[in-house]
Each structure stands twice: as C-alpha cells, then as structure tokens.
Design a binder for this molecule. Structure first.
Ligand code: MEV
Length: 442
C-alpha cells in the first residue's frame, strides 16, 4: 500500500522525479526519460519555467501555431494560437482568408469594467449598515491609495463601491461590490489587494461606529475576491457581406448556405445541448489566443459561459441574420485580458506572441481574441452546414494517426497524397499504411 509523502515540495527536482518514477511506474527508467526529455538545455530558461509553479518536474509542450490574414478593423494580423486540437488553426486561417476579401472583422470594445466583492455577514438593522457604509466609503478609497496610486496616475483605479443587501437569499449576507478600471492589466492582483484593504478598513471602522450596537459592530468578513464574471468588460465582433458574396462552395448556393447558417445559429440560441458545443467551437479560437498571450483561460472560460447563461438558459454566444440580402454574423463576449503584468513580462513565447500582435493594448487584444473566436465559429458552422465536420477533422487528424503508427516521413507523404481523394477513417489509414509497408517488403 502506498504511503503519503512528507516534505515533497522540499525535495530537489531530481528526487521528486525519482520518487514519482519509483512509486507509480513499472518501468522507472522509461518514466524518468519521458519526463526529463522535455527539460530545456538552457538552464536559465528552465529555471524560469520551474519557478512559475510549485513542484515543477518538466515542461508540458503544446503546439504554438499561427493563423495569418486576419483583417481586424482594417489592420492585418497573424494570430498566435497555443492548442493541441488538430483542426483549430487550419479552421481559423481558412475563415480569416474567407473574410479577408469580404471586409474582414469589425470589432468594438463596449466596456472595460471589472469587479470584485467583499462578502460579509452582518447581524442587525440594514438602515444602520447603510449609514455606516455612507460614512466609511471615502475612507475605504483613501486607505487603498497606496495600492491604487500608480494605476490612478495611468487613468485607472477604483470606479465605485456599492453596498448590496443579499440577506433575502442568505441570512445576514451582504457585500461590498466594487468596480475597477485596470487598463492594460488583467488586474487580478490589483483588484484583490484593493478588496482586502476595503475589508480591513470596513471591519475596523465598524467597531467604532457610534450607531452600531455591540452585535452590529462585529462584522464578519467571509472573503474578498475579484469576480471572473465580467459582463461589463465586453467586446463585440462582427463580419458582414451581401449574401451573394458568400458563395465559394460549389455544392450549395450562397443563398442556401446563408439561410442554413442562420438556422444553425438559431438552433444554438434556443437549444442548450447544441449551444454548449457551438460555444465550445468559439472557445477553441478564444482559448488558443488567450493561452498564447499568457492570459488566464480558466477565468475567461468561467466568465464567458456564465455570460452565455445570463438570461436563465444556456445559449449561443453568437448570432446571425440576413437583412435586405446582407448576411451579418456577430457576437458580444466578456473578456478580461491583460497585455502587461503576469506571464506577459516573463514567458518568452508570450513576449513573441505579443510582439507578433504589435504589442496590443488590452482593448486591442480583446478585439483580436473575439475575432479568433468568431472565425472559429464561422469555420465550424460552415463545415457543419455543408460538407459535415468529419471531412476536415479527419484530414487534420491524419497526421496524429500516422504518428501513432510510427510512420516515416516518406510514408506520411505517400499516405497523405492517397487521402487527398479518399475518406479518412482509422481503419482506412491502418490498411493503407500496412498495404504500403507490405508492398515495400514484397
Ligand atoms: C470541435 O472542437 C468544435 C465543434 O464541435 C464546434 C461546433 O460544433 O460548432 C466543431
């Protein structure tokens, strides 16, 4: 039986690997090799990665690809994407190329407000709490000046703090709901530091508020934390063209395609089973750029899906319509992103990604990320409503299958050529490869 290990984090990297290999693997040497083969030979670079997190034992590679020809607000971008799914970059590139000659992507940042809450319990009269809040609010802001000073100088900072009564939903529960402008920073540390300071001041000042009874003065702070639900940090992106210009695929007329496409979007608007997959396609594009640019994709995911359910039922993030024979496809999504601070100053590939994007402001990055999401959704719906998704998917997956079969470069070339005009399936690839190998051995 395995025993828990004490002081694991204090072990050296090699000792950690030794212990893992000996404890969990039948072939400890093979495991050690699999883990250490990804170490970077540049010691400094490796140390940088080791220190991003606790207990690093190696690096986990993801492909870093690029999707060129993205015309966004009249400017051409090559978009960096970090993702493992084989068809995503190809689909983004295809959609970018499609819209390049049809006006490109138009994107506008609607708002950039972020928020966070001090969650607390208060037993007493709400009017008195309101009076206390009114009296203490200037001090909440004043006491956090040491945190907000430089952000304020650059034009950001605390926008407002409101007292919210939540006691109807949970006995004695109230919050300070604060709003922030964090400019080019994602702002998580800034917001959390401000909130913790508000909590400290709020609790201390309550003890001395004359109108409070003894019980009322003992406010219990439960927690202070930013919210990843950012419905007021919103970007809109759209593509639009006359219906007749949509034609490219010979198997379907432009008009037929436009109507089928709008139907597909409307299905995702009213059917949660479809909406989840539809939005997953959008997130294929969004997460890949968010990750490549060193942003927090978990925060973005959580916020986006909450937004997709804001009307009480999970629904499509994107929308489409045909008005006066003009096709328009658009979405509004919440994106709290940063182009300074965090990993953006540290990870060498994040620096490459940001430079490739011309060192965007956070607002520009919101526009780029949203365009990548809409492009991905367009590409998916275009395949789904015409050829079906598997044709493209399996073609892209072919390389993975060939690698699984340990195909040589020459074998890959021959098999890929063969599948240009044949349907890709697992068994078809296996058969083609074994036929090729048999022919060569004969
Ligand atoms: C696959 O990663 C994403 C799609 O399923 C999205 C969609 O169905 O719209 C193709």
């Amino acid at each position: 039986m395995r025993k828990p290990i004490k002081g694991f984090s204090k072990l050296s990297k090699l000792d950690k690997i030794e212990w893992i290999a000996a404890t969990y693997f039948t072939d400890a040497d093979a495991a050690k090799h699999a883990i250490t083969q990804y170490w970077n030979t540049d010691q400094k670079l490796q140390q940088l990665h080791d220190e991003f997190i606790e207990n690093t034992i190696t690096n986990y590679y993801l492909p870093f690809g690029v999707a060129p020809n993205f015309l966004i607000n009249g400017k051409l971008y090559t978009i960096p994407m970090a993702i493992e799914e084989s068809s995503v970059v190809a689909a983004a590139s295809k959609a970018a190329k499609f819209w390049l000659n049809r006006g490109g992507f138009k994107s506008t940042v609607i708002s950039t407000t972020k928020n966070g809450q001090v969650h607390f319990m208060y037993q007493g009269d709400f009017d008195k709490l309101q009076q206390f809040f009114k009296a203490v609010k200037p001090k909440l802001i004043e006491d956090s000046q040491h945190i907000t000073k430089s952000m304020k100088k650059r034009g950001g900072g605390i926008l407002d703090i409101k007292l919210i009564d939540k006691s109807e939903h949970l006995k004695d529960y109230y919050q300070l709901h604060a709003t922030f402008e964090t400019l080019d920073a994602m702002g998580a540390n800034f917001i959390n530091s401000c909130l913790e300071q508000f909590a400290k001041t709020f609790k201390t000042e309550a003890l001395h508020f004359d109108d409070f009874s003894e019980a009322e003065s003992r406010i219990q702070i439960v927690m202070s934390i930013l919210s990843n639900y950012v419905p007021d940090c919103l970007v809109r992106v759209e593509v639009s063209c006359p219906v007749e210009d949509l034609s490219e695929d010979q198997s379907i007329t432009a008009k037929e395609f436009a109507h089928k496409f709008v139907q597909a979007v409307k299905i995702a608007e009213i059917e949660p089973y479809r909406a989840v997959t539809h939005n997953k396609g959008i997130m294929n594009g969004i997460d890949a750029v968010v990750l490549a640019t060193g942003n927090d994709f978990r925060a973005v995911e959580a916020g986006v899906h909450a937004y997709a359910s804001r009307n009480g039922s999970y629904s499509s993030l994107s929308h489409a319509e045909i008005v006066d024979e003009v096709f328009t496809f658009w979405m509004e999504i919440p994106l709290a992103l940063g182009t300074v601070g965090g990993l953006t100053n540290l990870h060498p590939l994040v620096k490459v990604a940001l430079e490739m994007l011309d060192q965007p402001t956070a607002k520009e990055l919101m526009q780029i990320v949203a365009a990548a999401g809409l492009a991905q959704n367009f590409a998916a719906l275009r395949s789904l409503t015409t050829t079906g998704i598997q044709e493209g998917h399996m073609k892209m997956h072919l390389m993975n299958m060939l690698n699984q079969q340990h195909a040589t470069n020459n074998e890959k070339e021959i098999i890929i050529a063969h599948f240009k005009n044949n349907t890709v399936t697992h068994s078809a690839v296996e058969t083609a490869l074994s036929n090729l190998r048999r022919m060569r051995n004969d």
